[in-house]
Design a binder for this molecule. Sequence first.
Ligand code: ACO
Length: 389
Amino acid sequence: MDKVQNGYVPGLKGVPATESAISFLDGQVGLLTYRGFPIVDLARFSSFEETAWILINGGLPETDELARFDAELRANRRVKYNVRDIMKFLPIDGHPMEALQTCVASLGMFYPGQERMTANGVNADSEFVEQMIVKILASMATLVAMWEHIRRGDDPVQPRTDLTYAENFLYMMNEREPDPVEARIMDACLVLHAEHTINASTFSALVCGSTLAPPNLVVASAIGTLAGPLHGGANQRVLNMLDEIGSVEKVSDWLDQRLANKQVVWGFGHREYKVKDPRADILQGLLEQLREHRSGQISPLYEIAMALERCAEERLAPKGIFPNVDFYSGLLYEALGIPRDQFTPIFAISRTAGWLAHWKEQIANNRIFRPTQIYQGYEPRSYQPMSSR
Ligand code: ACO
């Protein structure tokens, strides 16, 4: 039973934090829509570019609107040379989410415009809003791929304008033209992770945005929040956990032990879903597609993951705990040649579309977030200087 006292709800469970028209989820039936469009259709038929446009602008784009947006994203893929210099000073064994947050935060210094957040004294200049949305979204994939090369001591791979967002990201990461099936799978992954109502990182973006901070800092704030293992950071832990289990035969005992120790199973459970996360189902379908494409060759960890899901059906499903989006995504990314600590940054690339859509919605009808607290500390008491203590 959740503790509710004096109106305080721990974790703000079930407490509406805003009104929004961007996405909707029904956790009882496993439905997720972006601007009313079911995620299952978007993952199958749309692209990350179009999905970002839908989230940010509210409906389906006309052909020329999408072409313009796509062209702007392509034209803005390069980041200033100085960002590369910043990366060169970061410790190579630091987590990529920290490198990403640092570099995204710095973007505003290269494209200043803080004063345009209050152009007429109150509202943001809409041209600045649109420009920054494109600039940040286009830069995200470049920053993630750049760090991969810089931390290895290599020169980063320059972005290309003749590739889609997903193709270009895989090209910059792996330094080779992506296989079309793999690029389409990456595109679907970006669509699936782009938005998810008011989760922790989006809430963080809203709070930061409500102070009229510039959008690069709004996204940096959300990146920090996404990094934690209870949120986006779980995808990396899932693979380490599957390694630790080691084989299909060991799954049952491992799970019993894990639950007896009151430890969470990474990639399982969700505040909102009481059925299997629809994105986990779609990601598993993409894994099957990749397996077929590779004539049955895919990670042995996939077998362990499926055995864990079957085992958890008896132990966790009765409590409404099922695989979430992070359970199968890492298996796909690893199969696409991406290092484990880059899984959460990929999540961040995609979720930037949702964060910026929420930022735009927030500042169009802004009120600063300033909740209150239930004070549990001392009554006022007298301070004793050190000399008389
Ligand atoms: N494994 C085992 N038990 C779990 C799990 C899990 N993954 N998730 C929840 N539970 C149990 C809790 O221990 C608790 O049990 P209790 O009632 O006996 O104390 C009960 O289910 C309710 O859990 P809460 O922690 O109250 O759920 P909450 O909504 O606060 O947390 C969260 C949700 C953080 C996602 C949680 O399920 C979790 O820690 N999962 C593992 C981490 C993870 O995969 N995070 C990614 C989520 S998706 C995303 O953010 C992109």
